[in-house]
Design a protein around this ligand. Structure first.
Ligand code: FES
Length: 168
């Protein structure tokens, strides 16, 4: 979906908002070392901003007391971290076997036809982005779609159409 070897700079300093700051402080005491906080911190950044910027990497490294390269390695290795801005609603469609057999492609084709949205793209209005991902762990209720972290199971085109209409 993006070049995972490069980070985008916003040109603006990053810091956690009050809610994420409090969350960081609650979590940090529960981990054996401060470096164990790299992945949770990246989640907090993504929850706050929707993606992880160069400034956010530097902030986490500073906050944890580690090298920015270690945070960079984690952010670029795990594909669930977005390294560029996504749509307001980020749609992940499972493309693994159960979902593939049970019609994930009809959903992908619908999104391409209806919204002009192909995997790896962001809609022109910035409302949606689409990504095909590996198994989401709900194979018994395939096909599975995840939108901003929420799971929607036994999906089909009609259900997705109704769901997208509620996402403004
Ligand atoms: S194969 Fe789609 S959730 Fe497992």
């Amino acid at each position: 979906m993006s070049d995972r070897s490069h980070l985008i700079a916003t040109g603006k300093p990053f810091q956690f908002d009050a809610e994420r700051d409090a969350m960081f402080e609650r979590l940090v005491v529960r981990y054996p070392t401060r470096e164990s906080m790299i992945l949770p911190s990246l989640w907090l950044v993504q929850e706050q901003e929707g993606w992880v910027s160069q400034e956010a990497i530097a902030y986490i490294a500073d906050r944890i007391g580690t090298f920015a390269s270690k945070v960079f390695e984690a952010a670029t290795f795990y594909t669930m971290y977005h390294l560029r801005p996504m749509g307001r609603y980020h749609i992940c469609i499972c493309r693994t076997l159960s979902c593939w057999l049970r019609g994930k492609q009809e959903i992908v084709d619908y999104l391409r036809g209806e919204l002009g949205l192909a995997p790896g793209e962001i809609s022109e209005d910035g409302r949606f982005s689409l990504e095909e991902v590996e198994c989401l762990g709900h194979c018994g209720t395939a096909p599975v779609v995840q939108i901003n972290g929420e799971f929607y199971e036994n999906m089909d085109v009609d259900k997705l159409k109704s769901l997208l209409a509620t996402l403004v």
